[in-house]
Design a protein around this ligand. Structure first.
Ligand code: HGA
Length: 607
């Protein structure tokens, strides 16, 4: 996804900007550009493709100015061409970089065209440049013009602005997309994330939603969303807490479980506004693909397959679109009937999963379009799919997937909304889902806080050799994922069943040596599930139930772990957390190699 870097200094900044862009390359992008003051003028350079192309262009015409902004773009509006690359300018006076999506760019563009502004790109971003310029032409100072512009924008954005009459100043703002301020000595910076600036500083201000900031070499002034001047703390970046470092945690897996509230926030950033999904986040061609989609085929392996199973429930329920799902290793080796207008969705943490990639290659020419939900930018699945939605979970080191799974679910829920809004999802229903998504990081945090209680619960599993996991509806795949997690890292045999299937076989196994785990949120299927739990209890089974507040009462042979109240649509995401914690603690008690369980590899690039 695209990245922003900006610098105001007493030395040439183009090297700092280019190095910053290189450090943001991991996010994935399709073109790059920068704008730097040269004398009294703003000089702009842009290139399609890699930052390297931009670096070569800059070497041919070196830029020596002391302030500038730069950008790597991942196209949402308009093709990934040089012409659509950022920065965008209004005349020669003003340059702007933007990360995000402006939902209402069409009416704004129309107005600006009527006022005589000529557009030179297909992006939504260009309206921002002209809006600021128009307000300046009307006599406002740059700050007033920028504030007025920001107040007109709907959607998600992080912005950086450079104006010819304010040579040592960058204005910036964020709403829905990330932005940090880097603090130097006699120089200051902005960037989409701190990684871009670690070459020049380790002190950062993390801007909050709606913040507006004026950055000069000697001063950083911040206004909050109510336009009150605010003092945000400067935090020192601890190098020791890099992605490849366990920090305070004993294992990567635990670190990654705890990261989920934050990474889910990153998955949502720039993809939802206060009330709506910003579906262009799937790519500039997404709208026309979604318009034509009449069937979804999901292909994945392992944990990603479980995420796909949840998505099938969502897609058929909310969008009313038929959805088929299959593991890649089966799908790739059989003949298939592909219905007309099939959107082919692959899910993979690494983007290199061999079977999934082979399945994509086998059907690519026979489907309407392919879309991947993936965590690694630039990976094969991302490169070879027509559309993608990155999960933004950051590097996942623990072999047993945790944060990749929950962020995949978030991405798939966004896909569901994009399709469902074409098939009868009302605006109010969409708003309800989006508002629930805004609450999701907080709910995940509440679930992670059950850690200590679940650690105690895990003692009942350490001596067992077998276990059953039960769920119903979209919680059935969550039970499957819980069973997989326990198998992977504790080596305890675990099987998951749709709770209604119990009496068709597995009940024969139940006795006091067979712990039974149930995920039982307070939804329409709870009463049915409770009946299944009684079937287990009557056979002397030991039950562990994760349930909503006071809906399942503890009794003999039935331990209840009380979960936070969760909007129904989010239950599969939040109820995953206690199952991850349970597996982790059981594995620690058993003394296994939690992060690198025997016989398993992280990125399955072979058949
Ligand atoms: N909408 C802008 C910026 C895209 C972006 O933030 N990508 O991650 C464009 O299409 O140029």
């Amino acid at each position: 996804m695209c990245g922003i870097v900006g610098a105001v200094a007493q030395r040439a900044v183009s090297g700092i900007l280019l190095e910053g862009l290189r450090r943001l390359e991991y996010r994935g992008y399709d073109s790059a550009g920068l704008a730097v003051f040269e004398g009294e003028q703003i000089h702009r350079l842009r290139r399609a493709g890699k930052v390297e192309n931009l670096t070569h262009a800059e070497q041919e015409t070196p830029l020596k100015g002391h302030s500038g902004i730069a950008h790597t773009r991942w196209a949402t509006h308009g093709k990934p061409t040089e012409n659509n690359a950022h920065p965008h300018m209004s005349g020669d006076d003003l340059a702007i970089v933007h990360n995000g999506i402006i939902e209402n760019f069409e009416p704004l563009k129309h107005q600006l065209q009527q006022d005589g502004f000529v557009f030179t790109s297909d992006t939504d971003t260009e309206v921002i440049a002209h809006l600021v310029a128009r307000a300046v032409n009307q006599g406002k100072n740059l700050q007033e013009a920028f504030l007025e512009t920001v107040s007109q924008l709907e959607g998600a954005f992080a912005l950086g602005v450079l104006h010819k009459d304010y040579p040592d100043q960058i204005l910036a703002s964020r709403k829905g997309s990330p932005l940090v301020v880097g603090i130097g000595i006699g120089e200051n910076f902005i960037a989409s994330d701190q990684m871009a600036l670690l070459q020049v500083t380790d002190r950062f201000i993390y801007l909050e939603e709606g913040d507006f900031v004026q950055v000069t070499p000697d001063e950083v002034m911040i206004w909050d969303a109510n336009l009150e001047i605010v003092d945000r703390p400067v935090k020192k970046f601890e190098h020791s807490l890099s992605a490849a470092d366990k920090g305070e945690f004993r294992h990567f897996m635990m670190k990654e479980i705890y990261e989920q509230p934050e990474v889910v926030k990153a998955t949502l950033q720039g993809r939802i506004s206060d009330k709506h999904l910003l579906e262009q986040a799937f790519g500039s061609e997404a709208a026309s693909v979604f318009d034509q989609t009449q069937h979804v085929q999901i292909i994945a392996c392992g944990t990603s397959f479980h995420a796909g199973l949840v998505a099938k429930y969502w897609l058929e329920d909310l969008a009313g679109i038929p959805c088929s799902i299959e593991v890649a290793s089966e799908y790739r080796y059989r003949k298939h009937v592909i219905p007309a207008n099939t959107l082919f969705v692959t899910i993979s943490q690494s983007g290199e999963t061999a079977d999934t990639l082979a399945a994509l290659r086998a059907v690519k020419d026979k489907v309407l379009a392919s879309l991947t939900v993936c965590n690694v930018p630039g990976s094969s699945l991302v490169r070879e799919s027509d559309l993608c939605l990155m999960t933004n979970a950051g590097p996942e080191i623990g072999v047993a997937s945790t944060k990749a799974f929950t962020t995949q679910l978030v991405a798939l829920l966004m896909l569901t909304v994009a399709l469902a809004r074409r098939h009868g999802l009302t605006e109010q229903q969409e708003t309800d889902i989006v508002e629930a998504l805004h609450k999701l990081p907080g709910l995940l945090l509440a679930a992670v806080k059950l850690d200590k209680e679940i650690e105690i619960l895990s003692q009942d599993f350490a001596e067992k050799n077998h276990s059953l996991f039960l769920g119903r509806g979209p919680l059935y795949p969550v039970a499957m994922e819980g069973a997989l997690k326990l198998k992977e890292i504790s080596y305890i045999h675990a099987e998951a069943y749709a709770a209604g299937e119990l009496k068709h076989g597995p009940l024969a196994l139940v006795d006091k040596e067979m712990p039974v785990v149930a995920v039982a949120p307070n939804n329409a299927l709870l009463d049915k599930l409770k009946a299944n739990l009684q079937e287990v209890k009557a056979r002397g089974g030991e039950l562990f139930v994760f349930a909503g507040a006071d809906h399942v009462k503890p009794e003999d042979g039935l331990k209840v772990e009380q979960m936070p109240d969760v909007p129904e649509i989010l239950e599969p995401i939040v109820y995953t957390i206690p199952l991850q914690l349970l597996s982790y603690h059981v594995a620690v008690l058993k003394g296994t190699d939690v992060d690198q369980p025997r016989n398993l590899a992280k990125s399955v690039t072979v058949e």
